[in-house]
Design a protein around this ligand. Structure first.
Ligand code: CFM
Ligand code: HCA
Length: 536
């Protein structure tokens, strides 16, 4: 990989090459290597990244069904965020025919005159209109780029409207697209505002024995539903998932949990930390991608609750679920064993899915996040050494203190220490690098040029990324599996999800169609392509 790294960098102007070199690391699990991440994308480079608004409105609040997510901005920002993320919900879960606004796109539809003369009046009108039509429990106002540029105060308008409406929780997000260097800033802003305006509003005691929140699981393709099924079978109650299949009431009551489980560390670690500080809820990292990791996560929960009955129940469930998983993987492995994958996705899946590929006997030779931070690669131990720059300073860090009346440590220091001794990583995350093979190549915020060169070099059997990369990669002869939308498949989490994934990967690896397709402008005589056979 060092040769290909050099070759890639040689094409860049020297200053750019120096910068990109720091974002490409040849992995050595023995070394403490630093990777440059969470910095601005170089102008002119084709990045996979999205914007801060996408991370706030689309990712974190998007999956909550009973809040009206009102976008203050031009209509395009709403149109291109409308139902694209495949976060599923079950409106009948709590009450039949419960509120569900997820299939709507709410926007103030800012026009030129709003940009010139200000859009606050229009925003207030839009909040009133949404309230009059739907009478929602809550309205969230999301700022797009122009809002910050012209100085509309979405928080003041939200406050006024909340007061005026009386029974509707209205609050705003300063998540202008440019606010941070990627979606990641939007996650942080969303965490902050949920914590400020919703968490802790309902102190009702849970009726169940084991109460957890699942943080950083967004129910894409129904992943959360499969996880819910497993938890239910084991007798563990999820008070609130952040934010797959969530509701405002679940958020409001989530501080009553005994434990927080963190699935996508990147998007939600802030919530875990804030709930720990304010209410005393411990957290640890889990991964439900991969049947083995699912079993491991469930066992960790059993360990935490130190209850033999629960532990036995978890073992029973694993024993029930595993035989069909084993059967499915054995079948898929006939195709997949020894094959090679590359994963460039978001801020956690490029790591999590290495587990599933591992179960299929496939190696991940190169991987990276779009917008991960150093701790997502190198583990939380590097948090104190992460450089704060102007961009990260731009994102508000809210000061959280112990709640005077409601803080109660759910587990004693001694218990947490004992669990750590046992290998249960409390309040920790090791990151992607230690789990990757020696000499694999880790690339942060990969560019289009780097993607093409690495595909040429590694000739992977499968490339995993998103919709923007899909067709470019497939035109180069390599199948691309979307790990954001799952190519409209899924669920892939949990035991059932693992089986779906094995089957889908087996299908992908069973076709050579992408290698046979040639671009129509190639010479049919000298570059025979599959279509030529049909045309003839
Ligand atoms: Fe977390 Fe996500 Fe991801 Fe993410 Fe995303 Fe997503 Fe993703 Mo797309 S919250 S970091 S901002 S796991 S939307 S559900 S698939 S990039 S890897
Ligand atoms: C986002 C959402 C996204 C985009 C997926 C893709 C998702 O980042 O705004 O590029 O294919 O998962 O829907 O990550």
């Amino acid at each position: 990989p060092s040769a290909i790294k050099e070759e890639i960098l040689a094409k860049y102007p020297p200053k750019i090459a120096r910068k990109r070199a720091k974002s490409m690391v040849i992995n050595d699990p023995e070394l403490d290597q630093q990777i440059q991440s969470n910095v601005r994308t170089i102008p002119g480079i084709i990045t996979q990244r999205g914007c801060t608004y996408a991370g706030c409105k689309g990712v974190v609040l998007g999956p909550t069904r009973d809040i009206v997510n009102l976008v203050h901005g031009p209509i395009g920002c709403s149109f291109y965020a409308w139902l694209t993320r495949r976060n599923q919900t079950d409106p009948d879960e709590q009450v039949e025919g419960g509120d569900n606004y997820m299939n709507y796109a709410f926007s103030t539809d800012m026009q030129d005159d709003n940009i010139v003369f200000g859009g606050e009046k229009k925003l207030a009108q839009a909040i009133q209109e949404a309230y009059d039509i739907f009478k929602p429990k809550a309205i969230g106002v999301f700022s797009t780029c122009p809002v910050g540029l012209i100085g509309d105060d979405v928080h003041a308008v939200s406050r006024e409207m909340k007061e005026k409406l009386g029974d509707c929780n209205v609050f705003g997000f300063s998540c202008e697209g440019y606010k941070g260097v990627s979606q990641s800033a939007g996650h942080h802003i969303a965490n902050n505002q949920l914590f400020r305006h919703v968490i802790g509003l309902d102190d009702t005691e849970p009726k169940h024995k084991y109460n957890v929140n699942l943080l950083g699981e967004y129910n894409i393709g129904g992943d959360g539903f499969e996880i819910d099924r497993i938890f239910k079978k084991c007798g563990i109650n999820i008070i609130c998932t952040f934010s797959g299949n969530s509701t405002m009431d679940k958020f409001a009551n989530s501080h009553m949990a005994d434990l927080n489980l963190v699935m996508c560390h990147r998007s939600i670690n802030y919530m875990a930390e804030m709930q720990e500080t304010k209410f005393g809820i411990p957290w640890f990292k889990v991964n439900f991608i991969g049947a083995e990791s699912t079993a491991k996560a469930m066992r960790k929960i059993g360990e935490y609750f130190e209850d033999d009955e629960l532990k036995a129940r978890i073992e029973e469930v694993i024993a029930e679920e595993m035989p069909s998983v084993k059967e499915a993987v054995a079948k898929a492995k006939l195709k997949s064993d020894g094959k090679v994958a590359m994963l460039f996705v978001g801020g956690s899946r490029a790591h999590h899915y290495q587990e599933l590929f591992g179960e299929l006997g496939m190696q991940t030779v190169s991987a990276g996040y779009e917008f991960g931070h150093r701790d997502d690669y190198e583990g939380r131990k590097v948090l104190p050494t992460i450089k704060v720059d102007a961009d990260s300073r731009n994102i508000e860090e809210i000061k959280v203190e112990k709640d005077e009346t409601r803080y109660s440590p759910r587990a004693s220091e001694e218990k947490l220490e004992a669990l750590k001794e046992k290998g249960l990583e409390i309040s920790d995350y090791r990151g992607m690098a230690p789990d990757m093979a020696d000499q694999s190549l880790i690339v942060d915020d990969i560019t289009h040029w780097e993607t093409e060169k690495l595909i040429d070099f590694y000739k992977p059997d499968i490339f995993c990324a998103g919709i923007k990369e899909k067709y470019v990669v497939q035109k180069s002869g390599i199948p691309l599996k979307q790990l954001h939308s799952y190519d409209y498949g899924g669920p892939y989490a949990g035991f059932e999800g693992a089986k779906n994934f094995y089957a889908d990967i087996e299908k992908i690896l069973s076709t050579s169609i992408w290698k046979k397709i040639k671009a129509p402008w190639l010479n049919k005589e000298t570059d025979p392509c599959i279509c030529a056979e049909y045309v003839a």
